[in-house]
Write a protein that binds this ligand. Sequence first.
Ligand SMILES: [Zn+2]
Length: 414
Amino acid sequence: MSKRRQITELVVPRFYDTHAHVRETIQVHPAVKPIALVCSRANIEPNTKYPIHTAQQAIEYRDGPTDGRKWDLDWSILPVARRYNPDFEALMLIQIIPVAYESKVESECVRATTPETIFEAKDRIIAAKAYPQGVTTNSAFGIVDWRAKGLRDVFAAMMEVDLPLEIHGEMAGYPSCMRERKFLPVIRRILRNFGRLRVVMAHVSTKEGIAFIREMNQRGYTIVGSITPQHLWLTYDDVLGQPHNFCRPVACYEDDRRALIEAATSGEPYFVHGSDSAPHPILNKQQPRPPAKTPAGVFSAPAMLPILAHVFDQAGQLKRLANFACRFGERFFRLKPTTQELTLVRETNPTVRSESELRELRPFLTGDGLYRFDRPTRDFVPVHDLDFTIPLESEPRGFRPFLAGERLNWRVKG
Ligand SMILES: [Zn+2]
């Protein structure tokens, strides 16, 4: 027994996930559900296949079509989320498009973002997102030239109306673990040129990224770094051979992971929680059809709460969990602090499932859903539960949650 009296129950505000991907149509429900179960709010990323790049598209993505088109409510974010949390808020982003594209996906073309796009959207969105082209899932419409005049006009407009800019900070063309480190000068230049622009560096993954956020705050800029549960948990070696652990930016080295844990648990208000939960169908992950490769993205939402509780507990900083997981994000995005709460409890006798149990729980894939072997009834039953033991597959359409099948020390009470 440790000398410190062990905390066994903890009341925290519901989490604020500042970075979540919830996909499209039939994938929306399983992607949204685990977020709504533990969060009061989430920022919804705009890099769908056809990018969300106007306020109108963002609102339809959230609520369903506004023009009476027939639509399955399971395909829209809020109708799904509010089944699990009636007060859930989905805060929308638009993607900044550098030049117009003829879209092959929809009849409408993808329009270049202008200052007018920003002025028109500002009251209906939480931020605008800038992706470099080709660095992650659905980034084909991303930015190549970060000094382009049109882009600078958009940043100036955002600064004028005080709309935050979220950046995926990776430089294409470098080895995976160099990409974020190589991108930092781009963000530095943006901050220098647009001094009052509020910036989120999404999913910080390196110790240099952490040092950069600290330095820029000391220089008086307003920049936060979001940190994911998977980057607090994994290193590069956990990613090799394990497609479900592969995301962009990739988890790098142990000293990077340590720097991320130290930052997240430090109590510094410029490090905030953002899960970057990004489900992909299991088959795409495990057996991409050549020449396609395994898509980037970890479905971390079902595991975010036990991972963060575990990491803060290990660091002896459970008292700081609420600030990281919720309050600092609310403060940056100028949101009213949520009054929704969760009680976390420590599992008294955590066990890791044995290999044989794991094998018995391996899902059986059929055409219409996912099943597991139920020992008492000797039958295959649909997988529905999202309990603190992370289910091997989440219902109903086949995404594998991060750390599927493992047991962690913390769960939501009740
Ligand atoms: Zn992301």
